[in-house]
Design a binder for this molecule. Structure first.
Ligand SMILES: C[S@@+](CC[C@H](N)C(=O)[O-])C[C@H]1O[C@@H](n2cnc3c(N)ncnc32)[C@H](O)[C@@H]1O
Length: 283
């Protein structure tokens, strides 16, 4: 069964991201933040019409998940989970948010992030292999690096990438922390985002979208090709890699393989990976 591509209105994403949040000091065992109507710019007569609109719009796209013994509705956007405290058919003046912890965010890559870049092989051999691996990514213009990990694409294509127009997304806080340590010049918020591709929402359209070293296999909640197509700018190009042999890839990395997506029809074998490459017509 394929999951339809989720396209959230920009207004909803902007409202959720720009709202003013306060820490819920009475819930230390569930650290989260909340925003209330009186913090919204249009607050008048005890209500914010914009917050109201946001709540009803959230509900059109949310998902149910178990929470402390009951089912709670959540909207997951750009690494945050948002929810309200009342049943879905009731008005509310409050929206909660916390860092996402569901599914893909409990990442097995956190545990190996510190050693992910290392290799027992002679460094010149590793360098040569990685140059071959990352060269076909050919990043140019505005770049989206799906499952950017520790930033090996940036290491090996440093001169080709414009830091101001690069976005790296990954659900693993550990992998992103390593990336940020290696490249303090890439630390800006809009540049490295802790989010899955499934939960990523942006008004940006990209000239290059890549998923390197098997990252595309990790996108299970949405059709990765369809979403990449949606996010390509006219004239843009996507280069998505899937594991050819997941069992040996994960044995090499020393972690258990999570649920993985199959490579789509038409994917072409290239060494350890299976690659899908496509473009969007200019203008
Ligand atoms: C094998 S690593 C590849 C990292 C990097 N692209 C590279 O070239 O080294 C796979 C990466 O995909 C990330 N990942 C896992 N689930 C993902 C998802 N749903 N969306 C985006 N990235 C995901 C992992 O956290 C991990 O960093």
């Amino acid at each position: 069964m394929t999951t339809p591509l989720r396209i959230l209105p920009d207004r909803l994403v902007e409202n959720l991201e720009r709202a003013k949040y306060r820490y819920a000091v009475t819930y230390q065992n569930l650290p989260h933040y909340y925003t209330v109507a009186k913090d919204w710019a249009d607050y008048n007569d005890e209500v914010s019409k914009e917050l109201n609109w946001t709540v009803w719009e959230m509900r059109k796209h949310d998902v149910m998940r178990p929470f402390a013994g009951w089912e709670q509705h959540y909207l997951d956007v750009n690494g945050f989970s948002y929810w309200t405290m009342v049943p879905r058919n009731e008005e509310t003046i409050l929206i909660n948010r916390q860092y996402s912890t569901h599914g893909a965010y409990d990442s097995p890559f956190d545990a190996i992030a510190h050693r992910y870049d290392d290799s027992d092989e002679y460094w010149k051999k590793v360098k040569a292999e990685r140059e071959v691996l990352y060269a076909p990514a050919a990043p140019s213009g505005r770049v989206l690096d799906v499952g950017c990990g520790t930033g090996l694409l940036v290491d090996y294509c440093y001169r080709q990438i414009d830091r101001e127009r690069y976005v790296g997304i990954d659900p693993s806080a550990g992998m992103l922390a390593k990336f940020a340590l290696k490249h303090p010049d890439y630390k800006a918020d809009a540049t490295l985002l802790r989010t899955t591709f499934e939960d990523y929402e942006t008004p940006l359209r990209f000239d290059t979208i890549v998923a390197m070293a098997g990252s595309a296999s990790h996108v299970t909640g949405v059709d990765v090709v369809e979403k990449a197509r949606h996010l390509l700018a006219p004239g843009g190009r996507a280069y998505l890699t899937f594991y050819r042999d997941p069992a040996s890839a994960f044995e090499r990395m020393g972690i258990e393989a999570p649920a993985l997506a199959a490579a789509p029809d038409g994917a072409v074998e290239d060494g350890e990976y299976v690659v899908v490459e496509f473009g969007r017509e200019a203008g």
